[in-house]
Each structure stands twice: as C-alpha cells, then as structure tokens.
Design a protein around this ligand. Sequence first.
Ligand code: FE2
Length: 199
Amino acid sequence: MTDNTITCTDFYSLEENIIHNFTSNKKPEILAHTLKVKDNALALAKRFVIDYEQAKTAAFLHDISTLIPVEHYIPMAEALDLEIFAVERENPYLLHQRISRIVAVETFNIVDKEVLNAINCHTTLRKNASNLDKLLFLADKLSWDSKDTPAYMPLVKKAAEVSLDNAIKCYFENLMLNKDKIKTPHPWLLEAWEEIHNT
Ligand SMILES: [Fe+2]
C-alpha cells in the first residue's frame, strides 16, 4: 500500500530510520520539525508522567507520510475504505495524520494501538482523546516555528506548564477566536473542541 520512498531497515534504530528517510528524500525541514516534536513530546512525557517510549515512537512517525506525494492520499484512503470528510477532499493534506498511521503499521511494524491512535489524530485531536493523543497534538503545535505560527502559541506553552488539558483548552479557545482564518474545521477538531469546552 505505501510506496517505496519510505523504508525501514532492521539494523537501524527508529531514529536512524527517520533521519535516513527524511535525508535521502531531501526533506530536512520536516526532519528538523520531527526532531523538535520528539524533544517536546519527551519534555511533556516527563512533566505529566506519560510513557517515554510511546511518546518518542509517536513523535518520530507522526509526519512520516509527508514523504508520500499528497496527490496519492485520496486514492490511498479510498483503497483502505477510510471515511473521507469533505474538508479532507478539499484539503487532502489533512489526511496525512491517518496516512502516517498506515505507514507506521505497514512499514515500521508498529502494533501499539495507543501510539497509532496518537499519530492518527495528531493534527485535529479527537473526542475521548487519551493523554498520549493530547501529548502528541500539543508537541506538534509547540514545534511550529514558521512565520505562520499563531501569535497565541506562547500562551499555550505557558498553559502546558500546568496540564495537557489547560494547554489544549487555551489552544482551542484562541483558535476559535480566530476561526475566520479556518475555512472549514475538521469534524474531529470540532468534536474535541466541544468536549473540552464543556468540561
Ligand atoms: Fe503532521
């Protein structure tokens, strides 16, 4: 199912495999982001007593599908019988979270469901999110460093000193205040927001 641009070599560690894949495919910026997400994930895991290995594995693999051309996402999702939301048809990049999960299973032989679930919703979160889902979602957001990074991210970082839920609430509240910038929110994000908003 996944294409040959992504490889997993048994005698490499997961980190070495990730570095090799992004380097040989000339994606240094995504490699730098991935390593930053790993650092943030481990810092959050330490702070909130979440399994280190799960946090590290999820972080390393969360964006692995970005090595596959985005035009392949819809055909791949259709072949796998995944439900494809209208917003994902409009913006197939949103499928990269679910395609990364597929690559983690098929190419990296990851079987830990908690790790796979976290990868699967790292962009949008979901309702009934686990602590690992929340950790990866936040680690990803806290690792943005482009000119498009929202101005409120320092507030989210501060809130993450208290709890994962505080940080996610802070992120969603600010996101919704600026929701004119989001054309169509992903349904999983709306469900996660409603759940957190009502707690
Ligand atoms: Fe991502």
